[in-house]
Write a protein that binds this ligand. Structure first.
Ligand code: CMC
Length: 426
């Protein structure tokens, strides 16, 4: 078994060490390539590039496997809770009973926001997209909690991580209530993480709020399914922002901004809008033809890494059925989604390109049934992904080999030329 590859450029050979992970493909180490050979590698979209070493999340896209610290996502979604998964991602292990009590208390007692934060919210227009509010509000945390911004202090890093996990539901619920013109709801310490969030979103002063255990469980499971996903675009954004030493609230705000894009977290809103646009099962063939004619993409389909199935989509589909059944909702869009999935999965266009439903295909229908407007879908994704982002950020800081992220480029613009005065141009 060789532990190096040899690259030949012209008449020179360069040895590239081969690094082995605990599982997954081996990696060619090109760190010294530029210094030794004066050549860069070219990989826009990072399809063949590992940007870091990590011990947090492993994905085997061909086998449809997603592991957090070694634990399969379906086991976590079935047996664990979101806060347990937060501890796992952040600290590397599932907590003991004592560790969990301490962790849960730590998070619970950080859920409130500084009282002045409410005035800050009033500055946003009521019709602002809640993701715009989230980006601004999370970035503004540094103005309210400036005592935990020293990234070189492990204790301050921990406090910031706990603050983010704890305050995200409060900020997300406020973004929702604000857009609905309803008063903000203060968190309650006796409630679980997900129940507290649902109460902050849906309780109104005019009547008592009644918890629904099926919806609380579904919310918790949706949070687990979105908690982390390796080096995706938003996580890479968080790491890149953090590599300069930027404080964690700024890095997470950058991650939220990236997540909003329709190819990433914004796809759940777009997937539901697509199902609404299709409307009825009869319209599916014409819509699919439009996809094949490349007029638009099938939202909630395809993934950069999963080329067989998205293991999160299976759990999401099951959760979707449970929620609709519990609420007694017969959503015609579910019929459209099921038929669309069937049609696409038997069509050579999608089979040849290995396009399968991803997590966003069924999450929109579920969240809509739970009472969330579609503008909130990506906010819920951001809330859940915060623990993944901050765990990856923390891991990067604890890596002694950390360097500022600084990709290079293949330059194809003009070569050096002399400035020409405006009277001599054209
Ligand atoms: N509908 C139709 N065609 C597609 C789709 C789609 N959803 N996704 C990919 N393709 C085609 C694409 O046109 C290309 O065809 P060809 O080779 O003939 O040019 C081929 O499949 C390969 O696609 P790609 O663009 O090279 O794949 P990618 O890995 O760069 O893109 C993706 C991955 C997720 C951005 C893309 O599949 C997509 O845009 N999907 C729709 C948006 C979506 O659902 N995003 C949510 C992803 S899961 C949640 C998350 O983690 O954020």
């Amino acid at each position: 078994m060789t532990d190096k590859a040899t690259l030949t450029i012209g008449d020179k050979n360069y040895d590239l060490p081969i690094l082995k992970g605990s599982t997954g493909p081996d990696v060619l180490d090109v760190r010294k390539l530029y210094g030794d050979s004066d050549h860069f590698t070219f990989d826009p979209g990072f399809t063949s590039t590992a940007s870091c070493e990590s011990k947090i999340t492993y994905i085997d896209g061909d086998a449809g496997i997603l592991l957090h610290r070694g634990y399969p996502i379906d086991q976590l979604a079935e047996k664990s809770s979101f806060l347990e998964v937060c501890h796992l991602l952040l600290n590397g292990e599932l907590p003991t009973a004592d560790e969990f009590t301490k962790f849960e208390r730590n998070i619970t007692y950080h859920t409130m926001l500084h009282a002045q934060f409410d005035s800050f919210f009033q500055g946003f227009r009521r019709d602002a997209h809640p993701m715009a509010v989230m980006t601004g509000a999370v970035g503004a945390l540094s103005a309210f909690y400036s005592d935990s911004l020293n990234v070189d202090d492990p204790k301050q890093r921990e406090i910031s991580a706990h603050r983010l996990i704890a305050k995200m539901p409060t900020i997300a619920a406020r973004a929702f209530q604000y857009s609905q013109g309803r008063p903000f709801v203060t968190p309650r310490n006796e409630l679980s993480y997900s129940e507290n969030f649902l109460r902050m979103c849906f309780s109104v002063p005019a009547e008592d709020w009644v918890p629904n255990p099926v919806l609380t469980r579904a919310m918790d499971r949706i949070f687990i399914l979105h908690a982390d996903h390796e080096q995706n675009a938003s996580t890479s954004t968080v790491r890149l922002a953090g590599s300069s030493g930027a404080h964690p609230f700024a890095c997470i705000a950058a991650g939220i901004a990236c997540l909003w894009g329709p190819s990433h977290g914004g796809a759940n809103q777009e997937a539901l809008e697509m199902l609404e646009e299709i409307g009825t099962v009869d319209n599916i063939p014409a819509y699919v033809q439009g996809v094949k004619d490349r007029k638009y993409k099938l939202m909630g389909f395809g993934h950069r890494v999963y080329k067989n199935f998205d293991p999160r989509a299976k759990v999401m589909q099951k959760t979707c059925y449970e929620v609709l059944e519990q609420l007694g909702i017969n959503d015609p869009l579910l019929q459209v989604a099921m038929e669309l999935e069937k049609v696409a999965l038997s069509d050579p266009f999608f089979i040849d390109r290995k396009l399968y439903p991803n997590i966003d295909f069924y999450s929109g229908i579920t969240l809509r049934a739970m009472g969330f407007p579609k503008e909130m879908f990506t906010v819920l994704f951001a809330l859940a992904r915060t623990v993944g982002w901050i765990s990856q950020w923390k891991e990067m800081f604890e890596d002694p080999t950390r360097k500022i992220g600084r990709p290079r480029q293949l330059y194809t613009g003009a070569t050096q030329r002399d400035y020409v005065g405006v009277d001599k141009r054209g």
